[in-house]
Design a protein around this ligand. Sequence first.
Ligand SMILES: [Zn+2]
Length: 174
Amino acid sequence: MRRTAKLSRFLPLQFSNGHKVKQFSKPCLRCKHMLHANDMHGIARLIQDQIHLAADAECPACGLKFGVACVIDSEKRVKRVLPPPWLFLLLLRVIPGTDPGPHPLLPDTSTMPAGPIQPQNYRRATEVIGRYADREIPAYIEINGQRYDFDRIEPKGTGDVSEFLIDGCLVYRS
Ligand SMILES: [Zn+2]
């Protein structure tokens, strides 16, 4: 197996509309531990204003290895890519970044929600707006000095890549 770079080396990536992707997150398929770009080796690059991502992920919690392959558009919608991740990885390596032709592998169906980001360094507001599952809900959280207000509860931790998830169920957004 060839050595590949950590996905975090490719971040941040910026679309032509100014939207930026600073982190990739995906829950482990087995133990649900949230993996980040540091836990994934592969490639992420902008092709035709879409981020094409293919990587091998290794869960630091349980050791499971699995493939990740997807395309993220400039609205940060994530499309799953249909071919096996190893094939997508190979193709990304041979497609020049400036390739003007259509990508033969992009499905226009089969969309799936991207997971919200689980911040590792953040500050919880002392102001509490309620309780859920016996825990306090901070009114907002601060990440790198930026404030994100509480938006909703997601018992399964689902959400958008532009959102932040703490305690596995509380969603915050700007
Ligand atoms: Zn795991």
